[in-house]
Design a binder for this molecule. Sequence first.
Ligand code: NAD
Length: 333
Amino acid sequence: KKLGIALVGLGGYSTHQLAPALQETKNCYLAGIVTGTPSKAETWKAKYNIPDKNIYNYQNFDQIAENKDIDIVYVVLPNAMHAEYTIRAAKAGKHVICEKPMATSVEDAQRMLEACRQNKVQLAIGYRLHYDPFHQRVMELGQKQVFGKVKSIRAHNGFTMGGPGSWRLDRERSGGGPLMDMGIYCVQGACYTLGKAPVAVTAKFGEVTRPELFSEVEQSISWRMEFEDGVIAECNSSYAEREDFLEGKAEKGWWRLGPSFGYEGKQGETSQGRMNYPNIFEQAWQMDGQAESFRNNNSSIVPGEMGLRDVRILMAIYESARSGGKRVPISYK
Ligand code: NAD
């Protein structure tokens, strides 16, 4: 049986990526929605044929516990709201997919994991690139040392923020600027290239050239992650510049993805030539993979624990940047 997914938060990502992807999935389908906007409920109900009993708002959301059609709650809200809705979904006995970044503090991420444990539901993070063939090849090149030991990594990810008004510029809802939103892909990219997490980070905030937008969160940030065997990853993330690549250098070769982190148009090259992989509908593959792991009671390849690990790294990067570039060791205990 296909598992029923309820999307919580019908913003850009749910509307343009997840709902269309759920028209193509084999292991799961769009069974319900949770929205605070009645007009969206009407539009989605008509477009996707969603029965009234599977439509919730933020007040009556907890009643989803009694709804047998819904197996998975997918939290697609501003970052700071991930914790509350993941915990409420877990208490309702539903498996959870939570968008990245998992949370805006280590404590929230820990509470989310604990709630899922206590309620015996699984938690996966919306890390779609783990299902993408270009990124899977990078994991293989790095972790299996196809070109020998990895020596260094570089990753940049950013876009140009339009005008004001987005929750992404509001610290209370975003937890931070481009690092939380886009830089997390660089953190992920370095970790899955090596199959390891960094032992320490150093970081620096970039210049603010648009103070009217960036009064609460950073405009850009650059950081360096240090891994246990001395491998260094140099990263940058920005809301003022479009940038998008992931590179690795190893003893006997190199690779580069660029565009790398967006939804489509990925390209890749290695020291041996072009990478030839199809551009897939990543979100469909991701949700099918996650639904299958929930159904089989296997742990996901992108579990909540990985989300917590990454929140620890993001928080250490901010700590270093705030201190003016002090080296911050990271403990994962
Ligand atoms: P968005 O602004 O387009 O949508 C946010 C939704 O949350 C809207 O429907 C809004 O009505 C609702 N909402 C409820 N309470 C709100 C509040 N207090 N303030 C603002 N909005 C509120 O954002 P989005 O781009 O859809 O991002 C949502 C989440 O998905 C974020 O965590 C983001 O990081 C993640 N995301 C992930 C990817 C990916 O590729 N994995 C891509 C885009 C977004």
